[in-house]
Design a binder for this molecule. Structure first.
Ligand code: PLP
Length: 325
């Protein structure tokens, strides 16, 4: 990847003259069946621009209450787009068409306008849960029939695809816009790509510039992203297998109450009441060399990735065995 970055052909992308960035955008759009792509500095920016181009002030976004776009993007839906949210309780972060139908606001001056549905696949706070494609098709059909925009937060779409393979090109038929991440499981240093129609992406390009996300010689970063897509996607199943092992090891611990189903590379476990707070537990794990995150009132999260090797897994098991309470 570093070699690819060093060799990258570059130019000024704000002028549309960076060949590597253009190549990444086109490659990604083709791969997922969209007309065009926009390289963004972060997944947050890609999501926020994707939502923004569809929303007007006073609109609402319908999404699962655990969504990253709502919980972890700094209140961006409110501050960037002056829109509100209509939060649904799904199954481990995944909502259904019937729920959306029941949540849509009547067309009446009292209510916000239900404008857009946002899905997250895999769902981070749902423990890396994967949307069955049928559910997405149902939602997509429903959104088309009711004139709702449909956005995908696909930060972890690669993990979803590895766990439950589908035709990647189908995404472009199902969603108006999608964000996909190059820097999580795929291991590039920086960046996400926003995907959509030509028209949506040219509007998105304007918003990205206004928000300060127009980058100049971004080709060095784009080359890393392209390398990640071409060479580091097939290995994601290894992360999933390691996550399975971690889930099994955790399930055997007396201080763990429950491990959420492990579908991809995320393992979320809840702690028994007497096991102390997630922050304390994470601190104790860190002393053993195990890095996890506190994840809500009684949960901790583990994530496997490119740099977590078989040897690391062996050390994990060994160190975890030292923690008996
Ligand atoms: C990490 C993540 C993002 C945002 O990515 P950043 O690059 O950290 O801004 C968006 N959605 C989901 C589901 C994520 O996990």
């Amino acid at each position: 990847m570093r070699e690819a970055m060093i060799q990258a052909r570059i130019g000024d992308d704000v002028f549309g003259e960076d060949p590597s960035t253009r190549e990444l955008e086109t490659y990604c759009a083709d791969l997922l069946g969209f007309e065009a792509g926009l390289f963004c500095p972060s997944g947050t920016m890609a999501n926020q621009i994707g939502l923004h181009i569809h929303l007007r002030p006073g609109d609402e976004v319908i999404c699962d209450a655990l969504s990253h776009v709502y919980l972890y993007e700094g209140g961006g839906i409110a501050s960037n787009s002056m829109a509100s949210v209509n939060l649904l309780t799904g199954d481990r972060g995944r909502i259904r068409a019937a729920q959306i139908e029941a949540a849509i606001q009547p067309m009446d001056v009292h209510h916000p306008v239900s404008r857009l549905v946002s899905l997250e696949n895999t769902a981070n706070k749902g423990g890396g849960s994967v949307y069955p494609l049928d559910w997405i098709r149902e939602i997509s059909d429903f959104c088309k029939a009711r004139n709702l925009f449909l956005h995908l937060d696909g930060a972890r779409i690669w993990n979803a695809w590895v766990a439950q393979p589908f035709e990647l090109r189908e995404l472009g038929r199902l969603f108006h816009t999608a964000s996909v991440c190059l820097s999580k499981g795929l291991g590039a240093p920086v960046g996400s790509v926003l995907l959509g129609s030509q028209q949506d992406i040219s509007q998105a390009r304007r918003v990205r510039k206004r928000w300060g996300g127009g980058m100049r010689q971004s080709g060095f970063l784009a080359a890393a992203g392209l390398y990640a897509l071409q060479y580091q996607m097939e290995r994601l199943h290894e992360d999933h297998e390691k996550a399975q092992s971690i889930g099994k090891l955790l399930a055997g611990k007396s201080w763990i109450k429950e491990v959420m189903p492990v579908e991809t590379n995320i393992v979320i476990a809840s702690l028994r009441e007497e096991a102390g707070s997630p922050a304390d537990r994470v601190k104790r794990l860190k002393e053993l060399g195990i890095f996890a995150s506190p994840f809500g009132a009684d949960k901790i999260r583990f994530v496997t990735h490119l740099d977590f090797s078989e040897e690391d897994l062996r050390i994990f098991a060994q160190q975890l065995s030292l923690m008996s309470d």
